[in-house]
Design a binder for this molecule. Structure first.
Ligand code: IMP
Ligand code: MG
Length: 214
């Protein structure tokens, strides 16, 4: 089965004023790249694709916190529907990975919550992450899972950035391919802000300045 990604063109941005944006973030955004409703539609189909490919076997879904918390919740819900005829259960696990400061990858990746990983030994794991940019985070995580003794891994990504990867990683299920822009919303942050914003947006220069750490 071929998986078709929803490709967002380079210049595609909808006016922020056309959407319901929390007051605290008004002025901090310059455009909506993917409205929340579109994410929901796409996640529904992605869950069907995942189920068609993986089929009726026990599967562990691994949520890579914090960025994928919204995507994970939506995907688990849709997968539960898609798997209604399955006899093998699905389990959920959580791990925290940190690599970004301001708008760039620090190159250092911290994986937290490792003690839980032993529970994944011998299992088939679907790694659910928010976005692939340089590919470093996912590559490091997949290596760690292999070392832990995980039997099989797939990756499900909300977003895949149209950039040359520093490290090549398998992207098995991708909801959207997006241009090389720093984006926030639907779980993705800028110095911990904007995770609660529903739509996936591009920040305005004043928003970037306002929440800068350095
Ligand atoms: P990578 O290791 O460069 O592939 O980056 C992966 C991680 O960096 C993601 O899981 C995100 O947490 C974060 N990240 C990458 N691009 C963005 C972005 O545009 N906005 C917010 N976070 C991002
Ligand atoms: Mg992440």
């Amino acid at each position: 089965m071929t998986h078709v990604r929803a490709v967002i063109p380079d210049d595609f941005e909808l006016p922020v004023e056309a959407f319901d944006i929390p007051l605290c973030y008004q002025g901090d955004l310059s455009g909506v790249v993917i409205p929340e409703g579109l994410v929901r539609d796409r996640v529904r189909r992605l869950a069907k694709d995942i189920n068609a490919e993986i089929g009726n076997k026990p599967i562990a879904l691994l949520c890579v916190l914090k960025g994928s918390y919204k995507f994970f919740t939506a995907l688990v819900e849709e997968l539960t529907n898609a798997r209604s005829a399955c006899t093998e259960p699905m389990t959920v696990d959580f791990i925290r990975v940190k690599s970004y400061e301001d708008q760039s990858s620090t190159g250092q990746i911290q994986i937290m919550g490792l003690s839980n990983l032993d529970e994944l030994k011998g299992k088939s794991v679907l790694v659910v992450d928010d976005i692939s940019d340089t590919g470093r985070t996912l590559a490091k995580l997949l290596t760690t899972l292999k070392e832990t003794g995980v039997e099989k891994t797939w990756t499900a990504l909300l977003l895949s950035k149209r950039v040359k990867r520093v490290v090549d990683v398998p992207e098995d299920f991708v909801a959207f391919e997006i241009p090389d822009k720093f984006i926030v919303g639907y779980g993705l942050d800028y110095n911990q802000k904007f995770r609660d914003l529903g739509h996936i947006c591009v920040m305005s220069p004043s928003g970037i300045e306002k929440y800068k750490t350095h």
